[in-house]
Design a protein around this ligand. Structure first.
Ligand code: PLP
Length: 417
């Protein structure tokens, strides 16, 4: 029996053959736009596959053609990302938004219905309500408290049940750590699949907020997983990128659209991510440990009203059951409501010394921001209230610093409030 390695053991080697690169132990940057064919026949065969004009032969691989279609840095990165999510295939994009908007464009047509979880990332929300609306895609939002029955009622009441094409889920939701049930979404997709046979309803999950490692949405019934690789995967606040993962059939469609939109990541950025992946597990585990300590500190602080952290969900709640089903750890995103409102929140943020006042998340350095006036400013006021994105809410992305220093920083900033 061949030994089965853990993903972290393969992040330095998987998908790369040193003998093809002068024996270099590390993957070089393939900074090239185009690749030489051995023969004209070979070039023809590669193009036939790339354009989907015929099925791949049994042992046939798509050869290297042109860096908009494929490039070794991108392919090796994609192979490695597949290991964490247990996916057949992956496509990397020039940003998380690029990955998400490509999925939305590929799996929705004018007249179709999109069911999506709210709150969702500001850029995604804008894309749904602006571009998708303009091209005639209808959308309905759903909330964590909606039961299966509520969801079926929502879909049927829209009068567009036969046009339901995509269920889009962002869980844990940013910035409140609300949880949505992925397998329930898959169940609903299957229900409409059997009702309207000519149509397949896909379930796509934005797993950015948790990151890879502690949740595998594909194993819970999702068809597509998306990441802003700018966050945990890149992990050093020095690049913008995205990724989409799924089975061969789904990824064939995503990759074909990427070829023609031309929104793939650059070889250099892909190479940076290869470096990042070597420490993904180390970084995320250190961030998790720190986040757990920060959350328990905040829970006891008299100036803190409420802590939104997956490690703090009461064990007798339904949310806890869902947390246990979908995740094997609580992640490193901690939000909290400070006693007071925007004034108190701003005082705290302006006083931080170690933590940086910046949006984004998942990086080695700790970051703090104010969702209501920054990342989620575009959300309608009544929705902000309903979603718990209050003026008192502060979002922390916990980094790899020493936990004592992070807590010292929070303590001294809370003191001046
Ligand atoms: C950051 C983020 C995105 C967008 O990714 P970019 O890399 O900035 O384009 C999408 N979804 C979530 C949950 C994010 O946090």
């Amino acid at each position: 029996m061949p030994h089965k390695y853990h993903p972290e053991s393969l992040m330095m080697t998987h998908g790369y053959k040193p003998e093809l690169s002068e024996g270099a132990v590390k993957t070089p940057i393939f900074q090239t736009s185009t690749f030489v064919f051995k023969t004209a026949e070979e070039g023809k065969a590669f193009f036939e596959i790339a354009y989907g004009l015929r099925e791949k032969g049994q042992d046939e691989n798509l050869g290297l053609i042109y860096s908009r279609i494929n490039n070794p840095n991108l392919e090796i990165l994609e192979d490695r990302l597949c290991l964490w999510d247990q996916a057949d295939d992956c496509a990397v994009f020039e940003s998380g938004m690029s990955a998400i908007s490509s999925v939305l464009l590929e799996f929705l047509k004018p007249g179709d219905l999109l069911l999506y979880s709210a709150p969702t990332y500001g850029g995604t929300d804008h894309f749904i309500h602006d571009l998708l609306k303009k091209i005639g895609v209808h959308s309905i939002a759903f909330r964590p408290e909606h039961s299966k029955r509520d969801l079926l009622e929502l879909i049927d009441a829209s009068g567009l049940a036969d046009r339901l094409s995509l269920i889009y889920v962002e869980t844990p939701a940013n910035p409140t750590n609300d949880l949505f049930d992925i397998s329930l979404c898959a169940e609903i997709a299957n229900l409409y699949n059997s009702k309207f046979e000519e149509k397949k309803v896909f379930v796509a999950v934005d797993n950015t907020y948790m990151g890879p490692l502690w949740s595998q949405p594909l194993t819970l019934g999702a068809d597509i997983v998306m990441y802003s690789a700018t966050k945990y995967i890149g992990g050093h606040s020095d690049l913008i990128a995205g990724a989409v993962l799924g089975n061969h059939e789904v990824m064939q469609r995503v990759k074909t659209l990427r070829t023609f939109l031309g929104n793939m990541v650059s070889p250099h950025t892909a190479w940076l991510m290869l470096r990042s992946l070597e420490t993904l597990k180390l970084r995320m585990e250190a961030q998790l440990k720190n986040a757990e300590k920060v959350a328990s500190y905040l829970l006891k602080h008299p100036k803190v009203d409420k802590v939104h952290y997956l490690g703090c969900i009461p064990q007798d709640s339904k949310a806890y059951e869902l947390f246990k089903k979908q995740y094997s750890a609580a992640g490193a995103m901690v939000s909290f409501d400070i006693k007071g409102g925007e004034k108190e929140a701003f005082k705290f943020l302006n006083q931080l010394k170690l933590m940086k006042l910046a949006v984004s998340l998942g990086s080695t350095e700790s970051l703090a921001q104010h969702p209501a006036s920054m990342t989620h400013i575009g959300i309608a006021e009544e929705d902000k209230n309903a979603f718990g994105i209050l003026p008192s809410l502060i979002r922390l992305s916990i980094g790899v610093e020493n936990a004592e220093d992070i807590i010292w920083d929070i303590e001294q900033a809370l003191e001046v409030v």
